[in-house]
Design a binder for this molecule. Structure first.
Ligand SMILES: Nc1nc2c(ncn2[C@@H]2O[C@H](COP(=O)(O)OP(=O)(O)OP(=O)(O)O)[C@@H](O)[C@H]2O)c(=O)[nH]1
Ligand SMILES: [Mg+2]
Length: 444
């Protein structure tokens, strides 16, 4: 208890008697401790009541769509535009996700390279792999420990020591991260070259494992301005990752621009640059002391989530008269869709995210199902649900930039993948057809 001020009458009144015995002092302290605990409990209950009230009044939005459709990205964009304060507070903490994305890309490439080096000294397409590649692999091996430690951080909330050698997995055992399968075995009936193609296994966080609190833990207001104080080195364990990455920076760049590596990746049909969370072209900017993620980096950062993740946002911009919003981010793969239903009864609106660019892709969970067709079927099911009859529906057709690239640059034809599509193979026709069909399904 602070020393009482002789001029403070309240302090004088509650001060213990001067002749207080030892037993009376113990009893008083015990009573004060109990009273403090009760007070804390009442405070917690008041906070919980206020939160429940806020939740009751909040606008609730359920964001639906198939896996990798862009649901989490949509929520991030919404938060960036309308809940700017919390967005700025979280900015710094996304560094861990971006580093994990980068390190996983590097480890995937070194996995492929190890296989090539093991099998033959001549890589795909006649490019010779040399001792230099072996040395590069060795020099980049610390990135395996970084990956393991960051994944543990997101899975358990604790950060294991980076120098713990037991965590150093060999490239071959990490082949699980880039499981190599025979395309011809897996997709019989499809006219594909009998070669090997890597299937990336993404790192997944579960909504109930508290990964959001991991991001929350390293919220530091000073970072929201986009500058960082050099004094805080190693206050945050991710600073240690930053240091280790900086020491591997030149090797990472050498790996990515190496001709032999490029040819090996092409031979395995692996376009790392098209995968989610690709940052290898930004190494100079990202792997630098004092790096603070930009808005674009955060939007591009990828963390696959399982379960239903709740985002409570307080809007500080925009026209909405209701400032408390709860956005539910679901997992989109087929096995997870049943978990959406309990949320149908209490939502204000649904945003359905439909990526238009995926007309030439198959579902990861079933290679025989076209992704665009699956999206339409899912939208149809949502539109027909009696539970959602009074819910506002918003259809967000995204990935139009990728659609344009596929149509214009890659010269892919929608009709070749979806025979029912008979229109002209250009952006205008494809987007008009898909939106007309979606509207028909909604009003049907
Ligand atoms: N080019 C482009 N990429 C996008 C767009 N929208 C999302 N993405 C990317 O698509 C990938 C998947 O996006 P997410 O938001 O993680 O997808 P999700 O629907 O939450 O996926 P799950 O969590 O697996 O269900 C990420 O790498 C995003 O950056 C877009 O409009 N254009
Ligand atoms: Mg997601």
């Amino acid at each position: 208890m602070p020393a009482s001020d002789s001029t403070d009458t309240l302090a004088q009144k509650i001060a213990p008697p001067q002749d207080e015995s030892e037993a009376a002092r113990h009893a008083r302290i015990l009573q004060e401790t109990l009273a403090y605990e009760v007070s804390k409990q009442i405070d917690a209950e008041i906070r919980a009541c206020k939160a429940a009230l806020r939740k009751k009044k909040a606008v609730k939005v359920l964001v639906l769509g198939q896996a990798e459709s862009g649901k989490t990205t949509t929520i991030k964009n919404f938060q960036m535009q309308y809940a700017r304060q919390s967005w700025l507070e979280e900015r710094h903490s996304w560094r861990a996700v971006i580093y994990l994305n980068l390190v996983r890309s590097v480890n995937l490439i070194t996995d492929i390279l190890s296989v090539e080096l093991d099998e033959t000294s001549t890589a795909a397409d006649g490019v010779t792999l040399s001792d230099q590649h072996q040395i590069l692999l060795l020099r980049l091996s610390p990135l395996r420990r970084i990956q393991a430690s960051l994944e543990d951080l997101f899975a358990t909330g604790t950060f294991p020591a980076l120098r713990d050698d037991r965590r150093h997995s060999s490239p071959l055992s990490v082949m699980a991260a880039a499981r190599i399968i025979r395309v011809s075995d897996d997709m019989d009936g499809l006219d594909l070259k009998p070669t090997y193609a890597p299937v990336l296994q993404e790192f997944t966080v579960f909504s109930n494992c508290g990964w959001k609190s991991v991001l929350g833990k390293s919220r530091l207001p000073e970072f929201s301005t986009g500058t960082r104080s050099p004094k805080r080195r190693h206050a945050d364990p991710v600073d240690e990752v930053e240091d280790l990455l900086c020491s591997c920076k030149d090797d990472i760049k050498a790996l990515w621009r190496d001709l032999g590596v490029k040819r090996s990746l092409a031979y395995h049909h692996l376009r790392v640059e098209d995968s989610s969370g690709f940052f290898l072209n930004d190494v100079d900017r990202i792997v630098a002391r004092g790096y603070v993620p930009s808005d674009e980096d955060i939007v591009r950062a990828r963390l696959r989530t399982m379960g239903v993740q709740e985002y409570s946002l307080t809007l500080d911009r925009g026209e909405s008269s209701r400032t408390e919003w709860i956005m539910y981010d679901v997992a989109g793969c087929r096995t997870q869709r049943a978990a959406w239903v309990p949320y149908f009864t209490d939502v204000t609106a649904i945003i359905f995210v439909a990526p238009l660019s995926c007309f030439d892709e198959q579902l990861a969970e079933n290679h025989r199902v076209n992704r665009l067709q699956d999206s339409f079927q899912l939208w149809d099911t949502i539109c027909c649900s009696a539970l959602l009859a009074h819910v506002q529906m918003i259809l967000l057709m995204n990935k139009c930039d990728l659609l344009e690239k596929k149509l214009k640059k890659d010269k892919l034809r929608v009709h070749d993948y979806i025979p029912e599509f008979q229109g002209e193979n250009n952006m205008k026709t494809v987007t008009t057809c898909t939106s007309t069909l979606s509207c028909m399904l909604l009003t049907y």
